[in-house]
Design a protein around this ligand. Structure first.
Ligand SMILES: *Cc1c(COP(=O)(O)O)cnc(C)c1O
Length: 384
């Protein structure tokens, strides 16, 4: 098995059970889930609030389409809008992150009457034709071209290039507040404010893709709140249903008042709606974002102290953490899994990504630091 196989699907670890930040094989071997399967379980595996809500709903009314009012869906809308940044009062549900971004680009075009979309290098917005067109890596795009047109890429984090690209013909700027797949790239302070200013001036929509950064991971419910910037459209998915497949977008009135309309048969179905309501209300009521900020600070401080010169950088915000290695991240992820029972994710060639459930404590953070030290620090000594 190559390292590539390990990350692209054939991990030789048959998982049967999950509880909190831990996963278990049939024979009871315990793994610490430091990737949450790409940030999909912010409350940890099988959180009782979500399990109970889903079990109750699936037995009561599994599905009716969104033309019928259903309490679970109303509750999910209310919870999402209450948790969204102030000013984002319209919400749509869909089935995934890529679909949320598709809808965002559609809405930006209809609200502005323009078509140009400005996206960033190293971005990842999903794998359907529109979101894929706004995604940076050729590897994902080339076999399917031509994709949706009128896309312009600017270097992520560069204020001047962004300002120069946005003009009267721009429908939207789409950015991740911190890039996830691209390597946990934190933009310079002020970058999102610049994005806000230049889109305001041009009458374009600022779309912030919080599919990976949202749901409390960076210490606020949404990463844009750390920067004090409110987008016109915020997209979310991944952790939104704590593991159930659901996405959503929250939008400002001027976007909603345009011709904005998006729907899909399964959008906001009762079962996923019950999961969203339980997930969002538990995150907010129990204030898990604040915990993520605290434990994230602890983790990064301990990692920096333990790894020191053995790595190039430890970066991120809250429990969205990237470790820039001096060697391939796939191998390190594999070693962590096979020899230390820690499941982490690469983000690009040399960045190891930690996105644990927000419910980890100092014990789990220490477990992560010890394993990473064992895998990274000695090897770096002998290589340098
Ligand atoms: C994962 C991801 C997406 C795509 O979400 P899917 O649910 O896989 O379609 C979009 N944007 C970002 C930032 C992501 O991390």
């Amino acid at each position: 098995m190559s390292d590539l196989d390990f990350v692209s699907g054939s991990k030789p670890i048959g998982l049967e059970k999950g509880e909190g930040p831990y996963l278990y094989t049939a024979d009871g071997t315990e793994y610490l889930d430091a990737g949450a399967s790409y940030a999909c379980t912010p409350l940890g595996h099988c959180h009782p609030a979500v399990v109970d809500a889903v079990q109750e709903q699936v037995g009561e009314l599994t599905f009716v389409d969104s033309s019928y009012p259903v309490q679970a869906r109303e509750d999910a809308y209310a919870a999402l809008v209450a948790a969204a940044p102030d000013g984002l009062e319209g919400a749509w549900f869909c089935n995934s992150g890529t679909e949320a971004n598709e809808a965002a680009l559609k809405f930006a075009r209809s609200a502005t009457g323009e078509s140009k979309i400005v996206a960033a290098t190293r971005s990842f917005h999903g794998r359907t034709m529109g979101s894929l067109a706004a995604t940076w890596k050729d590897k994902y795009k080339e076999p399917y071209e031509p994709l949706a047109g009128d896309m312009e890429f600017v270097p992520y984090g560069d204020d001047e290039e962004l300002a120069a690209a946005v003009d009267d013909e721009t429908a939207a700027v789409i950015l991740e507040p911190i890039q996830g797949e691209g390597g946990i790239n934190v933009p310079p302070v002020g970058y999102l404010e610049t994005a806000r200013e230049v889109t305001d001036e041009a009458g374009a929509a600022l779309v912030l893709d919080e599919v990976q950064t949202g749901m409390g991971r960076t210490g606020e419910m949404w990463a844009c709140q750390n920067a004090g910037v409110t987008p016109d459209v915020l997209t979310t998915a991944k952790g939104l249903g704590n593991g159930l497949p659901v996405g959503a977008l929250a939008v400002q009135d001027w976007i909603a008042d345009g011709a904005a309309s998006h729907n899909a048969t399964f959008s906001g179905g009762p079962v996923v709606a019950a999961a969203v309501h339980a997930t969002v209300s538990t995150l907010v009521e129990e204030d898990w974002p604040t915990h993520a900020a605290e434990i994230g600070d602890y983790l990064v401080t301990e990692l920096e102290a333990a790894l020191g010169e053995a790595v190039r950088e430890v970066r991120g915000e809250g429990l969205l953490v990237g470790i820039e290695l001096k060697r391939g991240a796939n191998r390190v992820a594999r070693d962590l899994a096979m020899n230390h029972q820690i499941l982490a994710l690469p983000a690009g060639r040399t960045v190891l990504r930690l996105l644990p459930p927000l419910v980890i404590g100092e014990d789990e953070a220490d477990q992560l630091v010890d394993a990473l030290t064992a895998v990274i620090a000695p090897a770096a000594d002998s290589e340098s």
